[in-house]
Ligand binder design. Structure first.
Ligand code: NAD
Ligand code: MG
Ligand code: MG
Ligand code: MG
Ligand code: MG
Length: 340
């Protein structure tokens, strides 16, 4: 059983006695900064000159500074810029301004695991990673609850890195739910594998292939859309609530029997072998290298693949069909349909 931490396992005064710099004010950044502030922590948000987030952070009553100034004063620096931007921000604006004994925090282990950021031996390196989007982290905190976090210490220079990490986790509300102990290596490798093989890559490819098989066989795209995409949410909600067993309990016996006999014909042992190859590329750093090389070159491959995905016929069908639903009003305001 994994090691779990709750509010009683952490001392809030540890992080309350430190100055914390939150670098970046996106999904995670805004949630960490506001939750820490509301937990009585001295927090400053470090942003690039001319950042469009400055006004937003100031409006919410937060102190804002340049990355350099925020880092200079900080005992704890939480890096919450996009993963592909962290190496450059760290080298140019964070590292030259770090206090000798400042702790460096992350919400994902990518840059430490693959060696893009290599802090010197005097710094604590820790991770507090909420298992949910930043907007949920903030909303749950305000509701008096929290989103579970995973916590890791990669380098314990001070001998107190765990105390600080758990105190930080408590201050953002994570330990109201639970903290789970992990390592940078485990978090990074399982996160990348999960999103590539199952959650994002696997599910997207499964839906697109199902849609292609039905429409190529002459069925109407609107009907195919409902069967392979729209209903995915209903099934996933059941799995999320009570595991695969609850999903099988809830669907018809016909659907359950079809699950047993046809699931393994689609996801064959060969697919599992392919998943192992994906994991091997994550573990060797080959995926990270390909991603970062492309990003450094202006992301030509990334942009091409994004445009190709957006051009899949299921997206056109879906855009039209979703207009028929009242709940289109509740879609994420930051997300624009059809924007590549
Ligand atoms: P994001 O894209 O929502 O926000 C990034 C922020 O950084 C923005 O405010 C942006 O303006 C700023 N920024 C971008 N480039 C910058 C630069 N060069 N210098 C300074 N600021 C810059 O990012 P996010 O999704 O919150 O991810 C941040 C970290 O949290 C990542 O390590 C990610 O893996 C991790 N994480 C994200 C989630 C999530 O749900 N989004 C969940 C867990 C962990
Ligand atoms: Mg993940
Ligand atoms: Mg991820
Ligand atoms: Mg059906
Ligand atoms: Mg049933």
């Amino acid at each position: 059983m994994a090691e779990l931490f709750y509010d009683d396992d952490a001392d809030l005064s540890v992080i309350q006695s430190k100055k914390v710099a939150i670098i970046g004010y996106g999904s995670q950044g805004h949630a960490h900064a506001l939750n820490l502030r509301d937990s009585g922590v001295d927090v400053v948000v470090g942003l690039r000159e001319g950042s469009s987030s400055r006004a937003k952070a100031e409006e919410q009553g937060l102190k804002v500074a340049t990355v350099a100034d925020a880092v200079k004063a900080a005992d704890v620096v939480m890096i919450l810029t996009p993963d592909q931007a962290q190496r450059k921000v760290y080298a140019e604006e964070i590292e030259p301004n770090l206090k000798d004994d400042a702790a460096i925090f992350f919400a994902h282990g990518f840059n430490i695991r693959f060696g893009y950021i290599k802090p010197s031996a005097g710094h604590d390196i820790a991770m507090v990673a909420p298992k949910g989007p930043g907007h949920t982290v903030r909303r749950e905190y305000e509701a008096g609850r929290g989103v579970p976090v995973i916590v890791a210490v990669e380098q314990d220079a001070s001998g107190h890195a765990w105390d600080v990490a758990l105190s930080y986790a408590k201050a953002i509300g994570g330990l109201r739910a639970a903290g789970i102990r992990t390592t940078f290596t485990e978090e990074t490798e399982t996160d990348l594998f999960g999103e590539q093989a199952v959650l994002c890559g696997g599910v997207s490819a499964l839906i697109q292939n199902g849609f292609e098989v039905l429409t190529e066989a002459g069925y109407q795209p609107e009907i195919a859309y409902f069967e392979v995409l729209h209903e995915m949410k209903l099934i996933v909600d059941l799995i999320w609530e009570g595991g695969i067993s609850k999903q099988r309990w809830s669907v018809s016996d016909t659907a359950e029997y079809g699950d047993y006999v046809s699931g393994p014909r689609v996801i064959t042992p060969e697919v599992k072998e392919n998943m192992k190859k994906v994991l091997a590329d994550v573990q060797s750093g080959a995926f990270a290298e390909r991603f970062i090389k492309d990003q450094d070159a202006g992301a030509p491959e990334f942009k091409e693949l994004r445009a190709k995905g957006e051009g899949h016929p299921i997206e056109t069908t879906g855009r039209e069909l979703r207009k028929l639903f009242a709940w289109t009003d509740s879609r994420d305001a930051d997300y624009v349909e059809g924007q590549v």
